[in-house]
Design a binder for this molecule. Structure first.
Ligand code: ACO
Length: 429
């Protein structure tokens, strides 16, 4: 028997259907509420609002659980690769050997970008933020593939998905090369997905370049951990833009823009900047913790807190260990890692952070690994975008196939002026 909840207001009773997810989570289905009652619901920041049903990623913020298509993030981090995870997220199942081989082959053979697109990089200032370049270039792909980007055509979808997964590393690496004035390095089909990206980032045409397997594995791990996170700000943006049947390139480019903000993916850059600031100010951690507690300071501990995780972020646990491993293996001593660990310890024994359930999130330690891998700070959020690409695609694809999808169009409670008469400019006081 289907469950219902009751809403009683102004002497009338309304039945509200209760929806239950596969992990037992409950929702009140208010899709017919306005039609029946004339009321809407108001929920700033969508803290209590589900925008869709989804079978891609499950997370339980209280228990610190994260699963892609049912597989725990810890198992994927240990055994899988980023490309395999991409396949899993987009198509719903881990690939067979034959499927994986084919997917890898297709992605590998779509990595080059059009030569004309390369020339667009010249239009950017040398110091343009690589996120600005990334989102512009992904958007611009839609100008190059007009013949195959009908969002409702399955074959078009398929080709666009391959192109996005394959070309994003090339676009990202070129934005770095542009910023340091080095020649762009063409993709190399003999390399793995991640090794190819590293090669395009760091090699130069004049020399052979050795790709350290420690670096390759660490980067692969970071991309896996960032690959999806259900209805976060950027994924919701991708879905919202895509719900108008805008093509997948512009939908995903909108996700890149949403990710850029320091309250979302931009936090990884902000964390390193904050750790540097603490270091340069003499390492007085308590001073910064006190400042974060002082509401008038406008300062927050970057990399702390999460809308959903209220106990711990399982990705942060994996990343913290990986940061230790990578720095040891590469024989790097980074004082910022020491500051990060101390800061975590101080904050987690402080009543303010405990009471508000503020724990380190995925971005708290990721920047330390990126830094050890010689990835410049401005590229950190680009790395996040590279990892999140399959998640955005999976969310977009699910939205397009979902029969319940409607164009995203929230309502509002109007709080402005009531009707008033126009006053000519000479009569205004
Ligand atoms: N430092 C100090 N205080 C904080 C912090 C922080 N990092 N985060 C939240 N708080 C406080 C708020 O001031 C608020 O206090 P109040 O209840 O007394 O007003 C309370 O904790 C709740 O914070 P909200 O901003 O309401 O929580 P919300 O769920 O809206 O925000 C967010 C979550 C944006 C992640 C927030 O914790 C934050 O700004 N963190 C720092 C930025 C960051 O690390 N972002 C990355 C998130 S992970 C990701 O996107 C990949």
């Amino acid at each position: 028997m289907s469950e219902t909840a009751k809403l009683i207001y102004e002497g009338k009773e309304y039945e509200i259907p209760v929806i239950t997810g596969s992990e037992g989570e409950k929702a009140l289905d208010i899709s017919k509420l306005r039609g029946a009652t004339g009321y809407i619901t108001l929920d700033s920041g969508f803290v209590n609002t589900g925008s869709c049903k989804s079978s891609i990623t499950f997370l339980d913020g209280e228990k610190g659980i994260l699963r892609y298509r049912g597989y725990p993030i810890e198992q994927l981090a240990e055994h899988s690769t980023f490309l395999e995870v991409a396949y899993l997220l987009i198509y719903g199942q881990l690939p067979t050997e034959a499927e994986y081989k084919e997917f890898k082959h297709i992605v590998t053979h779509h990595t080059m970008i059009h030569e004309d697109l390369k020339r667009l990089y010249d239009g950017f200032r040398k110091d343009s933020h690589p996120m600005a370049i990334l989102s512009s270039m992904i958007c611009t792909l839609s100008g190059y593939y007009g013949e195959s980007m009908d969002p409702l055509n399955e074959r078009h979808q398929e080709i666009s998905i391959y192109r996005l997964i394959a070309k994003t590393p090339t676009i990202a690496a070129y934005s770095f090369k542009k910023s340091i004035g080095q020649p762009f390095i063409y993709p190399k089909n003999s390399l793995s997905y991640v090794a190819n990206f590293i090669n395009m980032m760091f090699s130069v045409p004049t020399e052979d370049y050795y790709i350290d397997p420690v670096v390759e594995r660490a980067l692969d791990l970071l991309l896996i951990l960032h690959a999806d996170h259900e209805q976060n700000c950027s994924a919701s943006t991708v879905r919202l833009v895509g719900s108008s049947h805008a093509n997948i390139y512009v939908s995903v480019a909108s996700g890149v823009n949403a990710l850029w903000g320091p309250l979302h993916g931009g936090a990884n850059q902000a964390v390193i900047e904050m750790l540097k600031e603490i270091h340069e100010a003499g390492g007085d951690i308590k001073k910064f913790v006190d400042k974060a507690k002082d509401k008038t300071s406008g300062f927050r501990l970057m990399g702390f807190g999460h809308r959903v995780y209220k106990n711990f972020d399982p990705r942060a646990v994996i990343i913290k260990k990986a940061a230790d491993d990578v720095l040891t293996k590469l024989d790097i001593h980074d004082p910022l890692l020491d500051i990060a660990k101390e800061l975590e310890e101080v904050a987690l024994s402080d009543e303010y952070f405990l009471e508000k359930k503020l724990y380190p999130n995925v971005d708290f330690y990721s920047g330390i690994i990126y830094k050890a891998l010689r990835i410049p700070v401005e590229m950190f959020t680009v790395m996040f975008a590279l990892g999140r690409m399959p998640g955005w695609i999976a969310q977009w694809r699910e939205m397009i196939y979902d029969k319940e999808t409607k164009i995203g169009r929230p309502r509002q409670i109007f709080t402005g002026e009531n009707k008033r008469e126009y006053v000519k400019i000479a009569q205004r006081t």
